[in-house]
Write a protein that binds this ligand. Structure first.
Ligand code: NAD
Length: 378
């Protein structure tokens, strides 16, 4: 009997192997079709990320999957993973060059992490790119000569000093910075250069494979009509461009980046001081806790200088942290006073403040957590 059921199992597994083989063939077929789409898009200068087309296609597939009885979530998960793969591959195709007249782009700090991302993207779009890094200032005149685009991508604390060295750029050269803060670099660029000026803040780290769906915040400086092509070029790379006023940007960043990095830093510091066995914490962590721990741990795998510069970049951060500290103290008083009722009241107030977003965040994070459950534990 045992032998029989084993045989039946083997037979079923063989059939699954065949289906998996077919799945692989279909995936290869889909990826190569999308690659062809990528080539057509690249030649025509169409952005690699088309949110409306993507949403429409997913809705259609979800409906078809419902009819087939497998549910929309499964097909959406599979298709999103395949689309991500396609976006990653699309970078190899290259991109249409939108500005045929630009003779040369120079990236100051181009050997750095983010500078290299922009060098790669511009080169993939057939622009001639040169780098001016810290040891190249003796040749700066030659490197900058004839540049129609200069991108400053140096450590934050050096940015305004380096910008002040750029008073001899050609009148029509577009001066751009990639700094995580916007007000001061933009002011410095407008003061030193009378031509077109643009402030950018790429909201991603250097480890991204594709710019598809990545956000780049831009702050207009001067003569926006002269750098529209660059904004369009970045859309072609797949980036989502969001315009902001520099002051509004820096204010928002105290919460989006400064606060988050600082509280993560403090939590990491607390963990290190408590000194638990990390492997034991991981063993006790289901995906959500593993993910939370990973979000803390990943900060400490990156550049301390970058985070120090982001956190120390604005006095607004200090004011924000002291307000945060007072909330921390209020919350810890609830704990010290065993005030469970007070805690619940406060919880409900915050919950009301989040409004419909709390449900949206619950749904969004559920999807992320399902993916985290699928991945191999670290
Ligand atoms: P990085 O330290 O990796 O690169 C900085 C580069 O500047 C290095 O190649 C360094 O040699 C060069 N440099 C230093 N002094 C110089 C000088 N005097 N002249 C010319 N070059 C000099 O830093 P990064 O992470 O690439 O950050 C660069 C900029 O990008 C910063 O303004 C940062 O705020 C911004 N940014 C970074 C990230 C990120 O995740 N790394 C994200 C968004 C924005």
């Amino acid at each position: 009997m045992a032998e029989l059921s084993c045989e039946a199992l083997d037979e079923l597994r063989d059939k699954i192997d065949v289906v998996d083989g077919k799945l692989i063939e279909l995936i290869v077929q889909r990826l190569s079709l999308v690659a062809e789409v990528g080539e057509v898009k690249s030649a025509a200068g169409v952005p690699i990320y088309a949110p409306e087309r993507e949403a429409k296609m997913l809705a259609k597939r979800r409906a078809e999957a419902d009819v087939a009885g497998i549910g929309g979530d499964l097909i959406e998960d599979i298709l999103r993973r395949l689309m991500r793969e396609s976006y990653h591959r699309e970078k190899d195709t290259g991109f249409k060059r939108l500005n045929s007249e630009l003779k040369k782009a120079v990236i100051i700090g181009g050997q750095g992490k983010l500078g290299r991302v922009f060098e790669r993207m511009l080169t993939l779009s057939s622009y001639h790119v040169e780098v001016l890094d810290k040891d190249d200032w003796d040749n700066a005149k030659e490197i900058l000569d004839g540049a129609g685009l200069v991108i400053v991508s140096v450590p934050i604390n050096l940015t305004t000093d380096i910008i002040s060295e750029l008073s001899h750029l050609d009148e029509d050269c577009i001066l751009v910075d990639l700094t995580s803060v916007k007000q001061k670099p933009l002011e410095a660029m407008l003061a030193v250069h009378s031509g077109p000026v643009l402030g950018l803040h790429p909201m991603f780290g250097p480890d991204i494979v594709s710019l598809a769906k990545q956000v780049i915040i831009y702050c207009d400086g001067r003569y926006p009509e002269k750098y529209q092509w660059l904004l369009e070029q970045m859309s072609i790379w797949g980036a989502k461009l969001t315009q902001a006023d520099p002051q509004e940007h820096d204010q928002a960043m105290t919460l989006v980046q400064g606060m988050r990095h600082f509280t993560t830093f403090v939590y990491g510091q607390h963990l290190a001081a408590e000194n638990p066995e990390l492997s034991t914490l991981l063993e006790f962590s289901s995906p959500i806790y593993r993910l939370e721990l990973a979000m803390v741990g990943r900060l400490f795998a990156q550049s301390p200088e970058l985070y120090a510069d982001i956190i120390f970049s604005s006095s607004k951060n200090k004011e924000m942290f002291s307000r945060y500290l007072s909330h921390f103290e209020q919350a810890s008083q609830l704990l010290n006073n065993d005030d469970r009722t007070g805690f619940i009241e406060n919880f409900n107030q915050v919950s009301n403040w989040f409004g419909d977003y709390s449900q949206q965040f619950l749904d969004e994070s559920r999807n992320l957590l399902m993916q985290a459950s699928d991945s191999r534990p670290v």
